[in-house]
Design a binder for this molecule. Structure first.
Ligand SMILES: [Zn+2]
Length: 394
């Protein structure tokens, strides 16, 4: 292992993204540290076989491209509230809990107490949904490439994708693979050859709301009051070496409330969600703040100027203090997509206009992780008020 130090100016709001994103540049990068104070360099620990000169060139040009294509602005905080100070449990204590079973990189199973707590957190999301008259949907965890291409996800976030394939209908190929596994001494010898498999046509969904738009393909929603859908389930994002704790899992659980309707209706619902979700977390005993975010989902190099100008207002994140390098964790986001998805899926309001859409997304594992570090690794010890609110049994 060797350490490579690259002198490069990194703007303050991109330091975290650069530190976490650099892993996708090369498999030989095993650790990265950006000088968070001054942002004048990045240090990366790399495997011995890596060629430092070419790696430095790759990392430099990636950082330059990231700076060029990202939106520059000052984040604004629209809400902030206190709560209890400091942390009751460290992330190590949380991960050491007998209720958490690590089942591979970014894969966790929860035991009964944490499963009940997670279900209760989802229950709070269900109550919010009911409060706004949302209709529930059941959606698949897999999405076709065609669908995700229409959502423009493939072009924007290819590094996060997980592809799904299967064997061709071919007895020879299937039988040969079975034999390969029978003779395998270690799991690595069970990796299938691509000769026998179909070209990849599907991915694991990275978020919930994409399927909702597909359900309304060519459809109409009310213009007066938005149509509101809710759904939840496992989502998948490949986080490379950033997957070290509960805050970044490969397979994680999301709950989304999705609105489709007039611009004003969708925006009003988002304002209401910001208020209600903030209040909810405050009552759970979690401090936090809601901030505009510089990661609106479809802004990239070729974006229209109007979107650029308004992008500051498109995405807000609810952050809870967390014992990680950033000092906080985003547990929910409040997003406006303008007419982006509705134009891709020809969704109109009943007065004929292209609809607007927006979503409120909850990272259920992240809310659980926040509860665990703020109130203790064992939910039995959580404050009575939080347990009562979650309706956890005494
Ligand atoms: Zn969404």
């Amino acid at each position: 292992m060797k350490t490579l130090r690259i002198e490069v100016e990194i703007p303050e709001d991109l330091r975290r993204d650069v530190e976490q994103g650099v892993y996708y540049c090369s498999g030989s990068i095993v650790a990265s540290r950006v000088d968070r104070e001054r942002g004048s360099s990045i240090e990366i620990d790399v495997l011995d076989e890596a060629d430092p000169a070419s790696l430095e060139q790759t990392v430099r040009s990636w950082i330059e491209q990231t700076i060029r294509s990202s939106l520059r602005y000052e984040a604004t905080t629209v809400r902030e509230w206190g709560g209890h100070d400091g942390f009751v449990a460290t992330t190590e204590e949380v991960l050491g809990s007998p209720e958490i079973h690590g089942l591979g990189e970014g894969l966790v199973a929860y035991g009964p107490k944490l499963t009940r707590a997670l279900r209760a957190i989802r229950g709070l999301c269900e109550s919010l949904s009911e409060g706004v008259g949302a209709d529930p949907f059941t959606l698949p965890a897999v999405a076709t490439l065609e669908h995700m291409h229409r959502c423009d996800y493939l072009r924007q976030f290819p590094q996060l994708l997980s592809f799904v394939t299967h064997f061709r209908e071919d007895f020879g190929a299937i039988d040969a693979y079975s034999l390969q596994c029978r003779n395998a001494q270690v799991a690595d010898e069970c990796v299938p050859s691509t000769d026998g498999t179909r070209p990849v046509k599907r991915v694991l969904r990275p978020a919930i709301c994409y399927h909702v738009y597909a359900c309304f393909d060519g459809g109409t929603v009310p213009g007066k009051r938005p149509f509101i859908a809710c759904a939840h389930g496992d989502c998948f994002r490949y986080e490379s070496r950033n997957t070290t704790s509960l805050d970044r899992l490969f397979d994680f659980r999301m709950y989304e409330i999705v609105a489709m309707g007039s611009e004003a209706g969708v925006r009003d619902l988002r304002e209401r969600m910001i208020e209600e979700v903030s209040g909810l977390l405050e009552r759970l005993g979690l401090p936090g703040r809601v901030k505009s975010s510089n990661d609106p989902f479809f802004v990239s190099g070729s974006v229209m100027m109007s979107t650029f100008q308004r992008a500051q207002d498109l995405k807000y994140e609810l952050e809870v203090p967390f014992p990680n390098r950033e000092g906080h964790l985003a547990v929910a986001s409040f997003n406006l997509h303008q007419d982006f998805f509705a134009s891709r899926f020809a969704i109109r309001t009943d007065d004929g206009a292209v609809a607007h859409t927006g979503c409120t997304a909850f990272g259920l594992d992240r809310i659980l992780a926040a509860m665990l570090v703020h109130h203790g690794a064992d939910p039995d010890g959580w404050p009575a008020s939080s347990r009562e609110m979650l309706r956890l049994p005494d």
